[in-house]
Design a protein around this ligand. Sequence first.
Ligand code: C6P
Length: 424
Amino acid sequence: MEDLLQERIVVGDPHCPLDVLDVDRIRDDFPILHKRVHGNRLVYLDNAASSQKPASVIKGLSTYYEMQNANIHRGVHYLSGLATGLYEEARNKVRKFINARSEKEIIFTAGTTEAVNLVASTYGRKHVQEGDEIIVSAMEHHSNIVPWQLLCEQTGATLKVIPINERGELQLDEFEKMLSSRTKLVAIVHISNSLGTINPVEKIVEMAHAKDIPVLVDGAQSVVHGSIDVQALGCDFFAFSGHKMLGPTGIGVLYGRESLLDAMPPYQGGGDMIRYVSFDKTTYNDLPYKFEAGTPNIAGTIGLGYAIDYLESVGFAKIESHEMMLLNYAHEALTSIPQVRLIGTARQKASVVSFVIDEVHAHDVGTILDQNGIAIRTGHHCTQPVMDWFEVPATSRASFLFYNTKEEIDRLVEGIYGVINLFK
Ligand code: C6P
């Protein structure tokens, strides 16, 4: 553990006023943001797909492999103890980060997708039968649709969909009407990746809990934009991915209420998830290990812990106010371009801006912007039902994080004018 303490990396600027983000200083922490692409300074606006990583996370990962690497929970030797300590320390950081009651409620997965599949598979296997219903919304990412469709196919249950309005907001009155004794779970996205809508999760939980229905929240897009308190949200499951919150790829988290996790059967079988194995009968390990079969992503987990350290050192108050400023600036700039139509204009929005340009396919927009060094995402963003609802084949999406600047939005706008002129 001494090695670990010496490796602590100090981030943030103690001289910066409390409520103002020192963006130049922050950008210096992200080596990739200084890269040039096609001869231009990179403008990275594809953060909803995956965020960039601060030097502290990158260094933490290389230090792990250089100095601390071993398998966990298995060895009596020094390095195994060190790696186990770092891994479990990361679990504790996650617990505090989302204010879970216990570390037993923090399951490491490969990402949001695996976390949702875990619940669909094991909670579903135990509680869902023919005639039952699962409720999702029309703005879900495919990873919060398809696992439930698979479950419905296997069990004969039905998937119900909360409709959205033209702004891209949930119709809660319709949701209320859907809740019944047949509903076995509500699975809802916290922040839509293609619309930016922030859903009223507390209200949804309150409505579902009034009928004793558990709620899973897909937090893939929310964990990096604001502080999460699963107890205040009241949700029963909360899923997120490390790579969207400055951490490594291949690591994610499923938070689950202990009583529910305890009653669920294991997800995968293998090493570490068992207490005793014999050919007559196998018994399972305690939480959270019951759901972590095999050698996990140790480096990724530890890296996720460093990402949390970094986010906390910056502080969500500063992050939120900077990102709101960017969102308003981008909205104003884009709505002033007559050929541009915003897709997703919810009253509660995170810093994600989807748009279409008259007569230009989103892929052309993305390709031309890329020539200017501007990275956005184009396509259906794994939310094809959202595209169908808005009757567009695809959108262009710019998504901002706290390390982005107004100047980068100016570059985006300049690039959009370039696209419009080219297709005139
Ligand atoms: N959205 C995007 O560009 P994974 O792939 O498991 O880390 O995350 C899946 C996922 C689940 N829910 C939401 C709301 C998401 O946005 C994502 C990932 C990326 O929008 C890649 S499709």
